[in-house]
Design a protein around this ligand. Structure first.
Ligand code: TYD
Length: 138
């Protein structure tokens, strides 16, 4: 799995700090949709799906949470707790978000509009898709 951590620009002065994502900075990315997850309960797990064709950047703009990324071969968990760090999720990746702090606001930028058809919500379907993608690549 490629390192998904993006170091976002941070412009800080005596008035405070400002971070941003714009196309080409820090990566080529065209945002078509922005959504945010908040008022989460401490013990919930969200996500639990993959996407067939979607790139997303997650930024925890308040509080903290953990994000597990699984490419079908290995899993890695990232702690998001800084508004100047992004997590890029692209390709066939199963994701789970958990350990939400009560003040967590998890912002997501996506390069496509919402489509339920793009979701893979079953892990066995995800595993099959990973194997299929591997076969096609060969
Ligand atoms: P879902 O993606 O399942 O949330 P999570 O991955 O955080 O657990 O979305 C929850 C609900 O919100 C689901 O009914 C679909 C809807 N939704 C939209 O209508 N638009 C969106 O952009 C997103 C992300 C979800």
């Amino acid at each position: 799995m490629k390192n998904p951590i993006l170091s976002l620009p941070k412009i800080a002065d005596e008035r405070g700090a400002l971070s941003f994502v714009q196309n080409g900075m820090p990566i080529k990315f065209e945002t078509k949709r922005v959504y945010w997850i908040y008022e989460t309960q401490a013990n919930v797990r969200r996500g639990l799906h993959a996407h067939k064709n979607l790139r997303q950047i997650l930024v925890c703009i308040s509080g903290s949470c953990s994000v597990l990324l699984d490419d079908g071969y290995s899993q890695q968990t990232y702690q998001l707790d800084r508004p100047d760090v992004g997590l890029l999720i692209e390709g066939l990746i199963w994701r789970e978000m958990f350990n939400f702090s009560s003040d967590c606001v998890l912002l997501a930028m996506a390069d496509a509009e919402y489509s339920e058809n793009d979701y893979i919500r079953s892990y066995s379907e995800f595993s099959t898709a990973v194997l299929h993608a591997k076969t096609i690549k060969k």
